[in-house]
Design a protein around this ligand. Structure first.
Ligand code: CA
Length: 294
C-alpha cells in the first residue's frame, strides 16, 4: 500500500546503525548518525557535499543548540559537540558504572533536552529516560525502560509521545511545558500485532505520528487520538530506525536505516540496508527540531 510514496536513496553511504536524522534548515543539510560508529553525518542537499564527524564513542542522538553546535546523548554520558572545532565536551554522566549508552533524544519547545538510555547488551529494563534542564541539571523522568526510543511533542506542547521499543506501544504523557513535568501515562497506539518494532518517530503539523519500524520494512503514519493507521511507506530494507521532515518546505521525509546484525544473505537481498532514504513531497508538513537553550 505504498500509494503515493516513493522512497529514494539520498546517497550510497551504508551505516551500521543509521539513526537520529535532524534537518538543518540554515545549512540546507540533513544530519544523521551512525550510532555504533560514533559518527555524525551531514549531507548538503544542494551541493551534495557529505561530511562525517567522528566522536570517538557511540552517539545515540543529537539536538541543535541555540548558540550553535549540538547537545548529544553519548556512550559515556551527555555532552556538547562542535563539529567545526571537532570538540566533544561531556558535562554529565548519570549512568557511570552501568553498561548503558544513550539512545534517542530531542529538545522540547522550552529548550530542555530529553534523552534516554539502554543496555549495550539490550538487557531489559536497564535504561532510564531523563530531562536535562537549561541550567544543565538532570532529572530522571522514567525508570526501568528497555530501549528508550522515539519521542515527540504535540504542537500545543501539552502531550509527550514516547516509545520504549520492545513494548510495542506508543505512550502519551500529559506534558507541562512550564515545569517539564510528565504525568498520566497511557497507551495511544497499540502496535503489538504489527510487524516489526516501533523505533524512532516524528510528528507532523497535523499532530500525526510517523513511526519507523525496525524489522518492519516501513514507516507508518498513525493518529494518536484514534490509534488508527493512516498511511504507510514501504521500504526495500527491513530495518527502518527513525525519520524526520526536512527540505525547503518541510514536506520531505528523511528515513534512516540499519545494516547491523544482518546475515550475508540478508545483506545481498537488501543492498540498500543502512542507507539514508527520502520521500520527497509527501504533501504533509513536519515540524522543525527544537534547540537546546544551554
Ligand atoms: Ca532508535
Amino acid at each position: 500500500m505504498n500509494g503515493e510514496f516513493q522512497p529514494e536513496i539520498v546517497l550510497d553511504h551504508i551505516c551500521k546503525l543509521g539513526e537520529g536524522p535532524v534537518w538543518d534548515a540554515a545549512g540546507n543539510s540533513i544530519l544523521w548518525l551512525d550510532i555504533l560508529q560514533g559518527e555524525i553525518h551531514q549531507f548538503n542537499i544542494n551541493t551534495k557535499q557529505h561530511s562525517i564527524f567522528t566522536a570517538g564513542e557511540m552517539v545515540g542522538c543529537i539536538a541543535p543548540r541555540e548558540q550553535g553546535g549540538f547537545v548529544a546523548g553519548l556512550e559515556y554520558g551527555i555532552g556538547f559537540i562542535d563539529t567545526e572545532k571537532k570538540e566533544v565536551k561531556h558535562f554529565i554522566h548519570p549512568e557511570e558504572g552501568l553498561n548503558n549508552r544513550f539512545n534517542d533524544g530531542k529538545a522540547d519547545a522550552a529548550g530542555r533536552f530529553w534523552t534516554g538510555s539502554m543496555s549495550k547488551t539490550e538487557e531489559e529494563n536497564k535504561g532510564n529516560f531523563y530531562m536535562v534542564d537549561t541550567d544543565l541539571s538532570i532529572h530522571k523522568k522514567i525508570e526501568n525502560v528497555s530501549i528508550s526510543n522515539g519521542l515527540a511533542w504535540n504542537t500545543d506542547n501539552t502531550i509527550l509521545y514516547y516509545i520504549n521499543t520492545p513494548i510495542n506501544y506508543v505512550f502519551a504523557f500529559d506534558f507541562n511545558m512550564e515545569t517539564g513535568e510528565i504525568n498520566n501515562q497511557r497507551v495511544v497506539v497499540d502496535l503489538t500485532h504489527e510487524k516489526g518494532f516501533a523505533d524512532g518517530m516524528t510528528i507532523d503539523e497535523e499532530g500525526m505520528l510517523w513511526i519507523a519500524f525496525y524489522d518492519g520494512w516501513r514507516v507508518a503514519r498513525y493518529n494518536p487520538v484514534t490509534g488508527d493507521l493512516l498511511q504507510q511507506i514501504d521500504l526495500p530494507v527491513a530495518n527502518a530506525t527513525c525519520c524526520t521532515f526536512g527540505g525547503t518546505d518541510f514536506t520531505d521525509l528523511y528515513i534512516t536505516t540499519a545494516s547491523k546484525g544482518m546475515s550475508k544473505e540478508a545483506l545481498a537481498q537488501q543492498p540498500h540496508a543502512g542507507k539514508l532514504f527520502v520521500v520527497k513531497n509527501t504533501g504533509i508538513k513536519g515540524t522543525p527540531a527544537q534547540k537546546f537553550k544551554a
